[in-house]
Design a protein around this ligand. Sequence first.
Ligand code: IMP
Length: 186
Amino acid sequence: MPKLKKNEDAIFVGSEKFIPLLTKEQIQKRVKELGKQISKDYKGKLPIIIGILNGSFIFMSDLVKNININCEIDFFKLSSYGDSKISSGDVKLIKELNADINDRHIIIVEDIVDTGLSIDFIEKLIKSYNPASISVASLLVKPDSLKYNVKINYIGFEIPDKFVIGYGLDYAQKYRNLNTIYVLSE
Ligand code: IMP
C-alpha cells in the first residue's frame, strides 16, 4: 500500500514523486473564468450540465457554483483506469443519465481529456438522444496524447502528457481530495 508522505512541496506515492503543477489559486481563478464564459454563452437557455464520474465531481461542483444562470445537472459514470496509470483503451458505461435530454442543451464536464476516447464515447451516446446542442468542458487537456477528433469548447489548462493527481483525479482511486494538482516527476 503506497503511503502519502509530504516532503516540502512534493508528494510521494511509494517511490514515485509528484510535484505541484497547478495551485489551488490557479485552479479556482480559471474555474471562475470558465463559469463566467458558460453563463454568457448559455444566457436565456437552460442547459443540462452532465458530469462524467468519478473524476469530474470536484471540478463540476466548483464550476456550477460559478455559473450564474439556471442550469440542471446529471451524471454519467464510466469505468476507470483501474489501478493503472495507463488507459485500458476500453470504456464501459456504469451509470446512465436520469434526465431526458431530448432537445436540451448539453454541457459535458470532464476532469481530463487524455486520448479523447471517453469524450468520443460519451458524445456519440448523447447524440443518439437527440439533444439541441452539445459542448464539452474539461479542466485539463493533454494535447500531445489526443488520438480522437474531439472538440473541447471550454478548456481549463493544457498540460504535458504526464500523469497527474488531485482535484478529482485519482491514482488507484486515491488523492482525489487534494486541492492542488500534482504531476509525476520523471
Ligand atoms: P481518455 O479517455 O483517454 O481521454 O481519458 C480520460 C479519463 O482518463 C479521465 O476522465 C480520467 O479519469 C483518466 N485520466 C487520464 N489521464 C489521467 C491522469 O493523468 N491522471 C488521472 N486520471 C487520468
